[in-house]
Design a protein. Structure first.
Length: 462
């Protein structure tokens, strides 16, 4: 069987080759190719490649056995109809072609009824090449290509046939063997199904158990997160309370110093000078006012210590600012007299009552006046003014002392700031007074600022 197939295919191949070679008597032929008037040797055994600036010329003829030669006409079809014409000459030239692949189809004929088999030739136009480089090492004539392809096809058919026979032998098995294999496969599948079903039930049970455990863990996690959040809130509250108490202690301790110092100065005045009854009365009023201030400050401090809740920095009530101003004036007047500084009260006598914390505003005014006296040279003045305009109350403490530099003004209200000027009576300074003033004023939604010029004096405005 193999021998018969091989013989048939061989006859078919030989017949195809002879038919392609001897099928026709007369055929159109491109006999010569010139590039720039130079004959191209072996033009048909390789790819023709020229540059766009080259001139290419093709010479035509007819290839025949038994036909007589005579005058011919040629039908030119260049590049699939780009140029299509009939010429009586046996050559045609082309130049200035763009880059690309071109196909020249030529058909010769004696007259309209005697056409000769056409021929065609492909050539390439490309920049930057040598005149005729060997770009195609494997260019063959159509007949050779046809022979090679036919041989390869024949070999492929034989190989496929042999592979098919070999595979067919392997696939042939008896019906009994197939049945046995199928029965064994069915038994294995049945057993696997039983095992998988049992495993699936066990897995479902474990999944439900895990879901219950996960649910319990999620509930516990939510509870822990809530507890953590509550602890953080309490921690922040305690930190805020601790910071607030520290500030309250700093304010209270600092403000205890002023009335205590005033009391000390008043007692010294009683011992050191011969005073009139009026002067003695003023000193006693100052002692009483100072002692009341100390008592209220210690009462606030005790309340703050006993309570673990958040404390308000100010306690607003309807009160008289004039009474606060007069009390501060009485407390600091003896201190001013001792340092030979004139303390003047120019506050309006018609100040209305309004809502504020009288104790805290008294601390504000007392700190400002006490500072003015503390840093004031002899024979200077400290003026206290308070007035009411456009629903606002303004308090001013004015002195004509040494003044404050621009560098000190930048840090004057910062906690613990020690300024360049020194107290004129050797008094101590903690750097807290003006920080306390700013904090208490802002707690009343107010503002405090300072105007000063070195050597001219200073004005604090609340």
């Amino acid at each position: 069987m193999k021998r018969i197939v091989f013989t048939v295919l061989s006859y078919f191949f030989i017949f195809s080759v002879f038919n392609s070679v001897f099928a026709n008597d007369i055929k159109t032929e491109i006999s010569q190719v010139y590039v720039n008037n130079v004959l191209l040797e072996n033009a048909f055994s390789k790819d023709i490649i020229i540059e766009p600036t080259d001139n290419i010329t093709f010479i035509f003829s007819k290839k025949y056995k038994y036909s007589s030669s005579g005058g011919l006409t040629f039908l030119i079809d260049f590049n699939n109809g780009q140029i299509k014409k009939t010429i009586n000459d046996n050559k045609i030239s082309f130049s200035d072609l763009s880059e690309g692949v071109y196909l020249l189809n030529v058909q010769a004929f004696f007259d309209e009824n005697n056409e000769i088999i056409p021929t065609n030739l492909k050539f390439i136009v490309r920049k930057n090449i040598s005149n005729f480089s060997e770009n195609s090492l494997f260019s063959f004539s159509p007949i050779v290509l046809y022979v090679l392809c036919s041989i390869l096809l024949l070999q492929l058919i034989i190989i496929l046939y042999l592979l098919f026979i070999k595979k067919a032998k392997k696939l042939i098995i008896t019906e009994q063997e197939e049945y046995i294999n199928l029965d064994q496969a069915y038994s294995m599948l049945k057993k696997s199904y039983t095992d998988l079903n049992s495993a699936n039930k066990s897995l479902n049970f474990n999944i439900k158990k895990m879901e219950r455990i996960i649910g319990n863990l999620e509930d516990a996690n939510v509870e822990l997160l809530n507890q953590k959040e509550n602890l953080l809130i309490k921690k922040n509250q305690l930190e805020d309370l601790h910071a607030q108490k520290d500030e309250l202690y700093a304010v209270a301790i600092h403000d205890l110093k002023n009335p205590a110092a005033a009391m000390k100065g008043l007692i010294q005045l009683l011992d050191d000078f011969d005073l009139t009854a009026q002067e003695q009365q003023e000193i006693m009023e100052g002692l009483v006012a100072s002692s009341e201030s100390i008592f209220k400050l210690t009462e606030e401090l005790s309340t703050s210590i006993s309570n673990n809740t958040e404390q308000n920095l100010v306690n607003i009530e309807d009160a008289s600012l004039k009474k606060v101003i007069d009390t501060v004036f009485i407390i600091n007047n003896a201190y001013a007299n001792k340092k030979e500084i004139r303390l003047i009260n120019r506050s309006s006598s018609t100040l209305p009552n309004f809502n504020f914390d009288p104790n805290k505003i008294k601390e504000v005014v007392d700190n400002l006046i006490n500072n003015a006296i503390k840093y004031g040279p002899k024979n200077t003045e400290v003026i206290l003014e308070a007035f009411f305009t456009n629903s606002k109350v303004t308090i001013e403490v004015i002195d004509n002392g040494v003044g404050i530099s621009d560098e000190d003004l930048k840090k004057i209200f910062k906690k613990g700031s020690i300024l360049t000027p020194k107290p004129t009576g050797g008094e101590s300074s903690s750097g807290l007074g003006l920080w306390i003033v700013k904090k208490l004023v802002e707690a009343h939604n107010g503002k405090v600022w300072v105007k000063s010029k070195v050597g001219k004096g200073t004005t604090f405005v609340v």
